[in-house]
Design a protein around this ligand. Structure first.
Ligand SMILES: [Zn+2]
Length: 270
């Protein structure tokens, strides 16, 4: 069991009333004792064979029991760590971290529609003109943005290519209606990483979609270029609606499509 899983286990044990130690992710004697306490108190929630299991297996069983009690599908309480338990542990971590039951986000496919006819990256010049020569327009942002690299500097609009402006306006309005100002700040979606930027791709030689003003970066500090979904904040389930609003307008999250550069969303198909 990794540290995150043990933390979830400790929270389960605390809720069960058998653990009052630290939530430190370390399975020491106190935690093991609490595991035995929970099994004793909830004897009908465990199979008979639990008596003969090792301390580790009993701990995993308590994690499974705790997941089931919270309506998280964890399979049988067998104390064995398979893919289903792995998934349940992941969901538990989300539940404890956000206080909300995790939605079935892994079942939800990336929305792959293109109602605005966004071009492929290879056809950007034909579609949007030369890089670094975009006709930029200001789209008001319904919530207050702060520059990610200088949070004291706020801004109330995004400057983007005129061709994507109407679509961007719709996305921002839907996002705002769904989350609201306070939640957007909590989710760090007020941390604006920029749109238009006359530059080439980082780690590449071709022009960045930012050079046309058809890409936007969000919360770059917590969604670094090379990070995958295991680290990137924007990969978490609470951002699922956020991405859906973009994807319904045909915008592409490189994170969702390619599992890197989770900060980045663009009006072009990669
Ligand atoms: Zn970007």
């Amino acid at each position: 069991m990794n540290k995150t899983a043990v933390k979830s286990l400790q929270r389960i044990l605390r809720d069960a009333g058998t653990y009052s130690g630290k939530i430190d992710g370390l399975r020491g004697p106190l935690t093991n004792k609490a595991v035995n306490g929970m099994i004793e108190a909830r004897r009908d929630g465990f199979p008979d064979a639990v008596e003969g299991w090792s301390a580790r297996r009993r701990a995993v069983a308590c994690l499974q029991r705790g997941a089931l009690d919270r309506d998280i599908e964890a399979g049988p309480v067998d104390g064995l760590w398979g893919p289903q338990t792995d998934f349940a542990a992941d969901s538990l971590a989300t539940l404890f971290e956000t206080g909300e039951p995790p939605p079935a986000w892994r079942d939800e496919p990336v929305v792959d529609v293109n109602p605005n006819g966004w071009p492929r990256e290879a056809a950007l010049i034909e579609a949007f003109g030369s890089p670094c020569e975009a006709n930029l327009v200001r789209v008001p942002c319904p919530w207050t943005l702060s520059l990610a690299w200088d949070l004291r500097t706020t801004c109330d609009h995004i400057g983007c290519h005129e061709r994507v402006a109407e679509s961007l306006r719709r996305v921002l309005e839907r996002v705002y209606a769904h989350y609201g100002e306070e939640r957007l700040r909590e989710l760090r979606l007020n941390r604006y990483g920029g749109c238009y930027n006359c530059r080439r791709k980082r780690g590449g030689s071709s022009w960045s979609t930012h050079a046309w003003g058809v890409a936007i970066d969000w919360d770059p500090d917590q969604n670094k270029l090379r990070w995958g979904r295991d680290r990137a904040r924007l990969a978490r389930p609470e951002y699922d609606p956020w991405w859906r609003f973009w994807e319904e307008e045909g915008w592409v999250s490189l994170g969702r499509a390619r599992n890197f550069d989770w900060m980045h969303v663009q009006a072009a198909k990669p």
